[in-house]
Design a protein around this ligand. Structure first.
Ligand code: HDE
Length: 695
């Protein structure tokens, strides 16, 4: 049985391996297989003479190079992919006939591509943006693409507005500024003219817009889909991905600094986690409503600017995805991956959400240009794991050599094959009865743009609320046109008056008039990131060490943390060996030129006279401590290093009565046993941030 499971999850890997090759240990040829002796000089007339056009290898090499680029995705250009598998916990036959959601033995291969939306391919990972979370399930019934984001709603309700939204948020066309940012006039002009975006703006400006890691980020299918079972009964369903590490974010100052210190922060984090066997895991959860429940529900299921509050429609966790393999080649896999909302398997169906409907058109259309024609499904990463049979033929880059002369149906010459599947085995659109009058209107039920924006805001902790206000100050503060700033204040006055007053104060426009917005009857605690799991695993800690550090403290903490799945970097002024107070040494893998405090979840400084003295004389090490403190992260230190830490951080304490240990400053001294220190330090890392320092 175990073998069977692995065979299924390996099927995509084996298929991709048929196309992979290594050139190590081989001899050079042209693309035609002709053996080549010269690859560094062109063929010329005499050593100093002109080049000859007959040098076919030169021409091939240069023309191939000239054509190496394909258009980047019009949105979601910057992305990073990984392979893995999905396994369902219990058969879902009551809800859906989808095969991969019914066989608990099957490990369905998946390829996931995470992305930012606005920036170009070379932009930084940590910009404030929505993150794409697109999953291709290679099922036995064909490919199912769940093309989602890390926020559960969207800016608009109707797909026809998408080009306007994207034109407004992308760099302004006259000067291509700013890159990968919403903080400019055209975007906020668009926002105030499209008030349905209010709820999504609240999410974008919340901590969700700057995730700590792809491994600590939710995913959402956003739209309402349908599950259809073998009796043709339908349920409405929303998809959620829940990361087992919880949902955690950066701080804005950190996000900005990381963009310079390590623009590849997120992709590196994912890649390195998979390489060291610390596989990211996400549970697939669903919210389900029967047709009858849907009719009584107070939210229009077709409106993609609305959530179904989890307290009203609880999440059911139905299976788990594990990402356990890095791609072999970024271009061949991540760049050529073609996701398409219409890739759907029997048992799952669309709804009439007008945003979803428009996407059904766009994704196929965009691949035709980006991947150069209609045969992109033959690119290895896009191939289903089952054979394809139809009468589609020819076109650019066709790989399959279809035998025989029949490419039409019905036919007699080939006994009518490829035959149609029986209804029960095929994708059958749900038999929904629809009639109506042609109209461009949206329903009245789509017109409340503010209640859920308010629900979101009110359900967050005070720290999370403050971050939204700070984000407004940055985003709208960067707008030049005062009338747009004023309109932003008027618009968000409909979410919350105090919020709007704070925005107005920060961006230098008039305070809005008092409004009487009704507070939500029930809050949704599930919306706050602080209510998600806090895990130690996969966190990164910097040990700041110089010659003379205390060997025992370092050795004990290092093995304690590593056993818990924490990654440690040894940071010193210079790379290479650093000697301890004993006869031992440790190698620094980072110096202050190659790393920075923003790249860690915590720091540790052991005791040691000479070592502490050196740290005290180094500006970068003091900055390291201060940055870690200002970004609310855990600081551990021992004996004489405690004083060094306190000197740096104490002037920044807002309230001098607060004890170090209350705000994640864990210090080993005569009052504390070493075991207590180890536990207190790791517990402090687990809580992610010590917000009490901020408020
Ligand atoms: Fe997309 N979107 N989108 N989108 N989208 C694309 O397809 C589009 C929307 C999402 O990793 C494009 O292959 C329209 C919502 C992800 O390759 C394009 C509308 C959600 C990705 C496109 C939307 C998404 C894309 C660009 C409004 C969350 C990256 C390149 C109706 C549920 C997929 C491409 C990857 C990519 C169109 C709105 C998610 C142009 C017209 C809502 C994760 O086809």
């Amino acid at each position: 049985m175990e073998n069977n499971k692995d065979n299924q999850s390996n099927r995509k890997k084996e298929q991709l391996e048929e196309y992979t090759q290594s050139d190590a240990g081989t001899k050079h040829t042209t693309d035609q297989g002709i053996p080549i002796h010269h690859d560094e000089t062109t063929l010329k007339v005499g050593e100093r003479g002109p080049s000859l056009i007959e040098d076919f290898h030169f021409r091939e090499k240069i023309t191939h190079f000239d054509h190496e680029r394909i258009p980047e995705r019009v949105v979601h250009a910057r992305g990073f992919g990984a392979h893995g598998y999905f396994q369902v916990y219990e058969p879902l036959s009551d809800l859906t006939k989808a095969g991969f959601l019914n066989d608990t033995n099957v490990k369905t291969p998946v390829f996931v591509r995470f992305s930012t939306v606005v920036g170009s391919r070379g932009s930084a990972d940590t910009v404030r943006d929505v993150r794409g979370f697109a999953t291709k399930f290679y099922t036995k019934d064909g490919n199912f693409d769940l093309v989602g984001n890390n926020m559960p709603i969207f800016f608009i309700q109707d797909a026809i507005k998408f080009p306007d939204l994207v034109h407004a948020i992308k760099p302004e066309p006259n000067n291509e500024i700013p890159q990968a940012s919403a903080a400019h006039d055209t975007f906020w002009d668009w926002v105030v003219n499209n008030q349905e975006s209010a709820h999504m703006i609240m999410w974008l400006l919340s901590d969700r817009g700057i995730p700590r890691s792809f491994r600590m980020m939710d995913g959402f299918g956003v739209h309402t889909f349908r599950f259809v079972n073998s009796q043709n009964e339908a349920h409405f369903v929303k998809f959620h991905w829940k990361p087992l590490l919880g949902v955690h974010s950066l701080i804005w100052d950190e996000a900005q600094k990381i963009a310079g210190k390590d623009p590849d922060f997120h992709r590196k984090d994912l890649y390195e986690a998979i390489e060291r066997g610390d596989y990211p895991e996400y549970e697939l959860a669903i919210q389900v409503l029967t047709e009858r429940e849907a009719q009584q529900f107070n939210i229009d299921l077709l409106d993609a600017t609305k959530i179904w509050p989890e307290e009203q429609v609880p999440l059911q966790r139905i299976g788990k995805m594990t990402l356990n393999r890095n791609q072999d080649n970024f271009f061949a896999e991540t760049e050529q991956a073609a996701f398409h909302l219409a890739n759907i398997v029997p048992g799952i169906d669309f709804t009439n959400d007008p945003l979803l409907q428009g996407r059904l058109f766009s994704y196929l259309d965009t691949q035709l240009l980006r991947l150069g024609g209609p045969n992109f499904h033959e690119i290895p990463i896009n191939r289903p794991i089952i054979p394809i049979h139809n009468n589609q033929r020819d076109g650019f880059h066709r790989m399959t050599i279809n035998k025989g002369k029949v490419a039409y149906s019905p036919n007699t010459l080939q006994m009518n094959s490829p035959e149609m599947h029986e209804e029960k085995d095929a994708f059958m659109p749900f038999k929904e009865h629809i009639e109506g009058i042609k109209t461009h209107k949206l329903p009245q039920s789509f017109s409340d743009h503010f209640s859920q924006a308010r629900l979101f805001y009110y359900s967050l902790s005070s720290v999370e609320k403050k971050h939204i206000i700070d984000a407004f100050h940055f985003e709208v503060g960067n707008v030049n046109d005062p009338s747009i700033k004023q309109k932003v204040v008027t618009m968000f006055n409909q979410v919350d008056h105090q919020l709007a007053v704070k925005i107005a104060n920060g961006v230098g426009v008039k305070q809005p008039e008092e409004t009487e917005n009704q507070a939500p009857a029930n809050l949704s605690p599930a919306l706050s990131q602080l209510n998600t799991p806090m895990k130690l695993k996969g966190r990164k800690v910097a040990f700041l060490l110089e010659n003379g550090f205390n060997h025992k403290e370092v050795a004990d903490l290092k093995s304690f943390l590593e056993a818990k799945g924490i990654v440690i970097d040894i940071v010193s002024e210079q790379l290479g060996a650093i000697s301890s107070d004993q006869e031992t040494s440790i190698s620094a893998n980072k110096n202050y030129a190659t790393t920075h405090a923003v790249l860690y979840d915590a720091i540790f400084i052991p005791s040691g006279e000479q070592h502490v003295k050196k740290l005290n004389q180094t500006m970068e090490s003091k900055e390291f401590i201060l940055n870690t403190f200002h970004h609310m992260k855990t600081i551990g230190s021992c004996f004489d290093a405690n004083q060094l830490v306190n000197q740096q951080i104490k002037p920044s304490f807002k309230d001098s009565s607060i004890k170090n240990s209350e705000v994640g400053i864990i210090q080993l001294d005569d009052q504390l046993a070493e075991e207590q220190f180890l536990t207190a330090f790791s517990d402090a890392i687990k809580v992610h941030r010590h917000w009490k320092r901020e408020v």
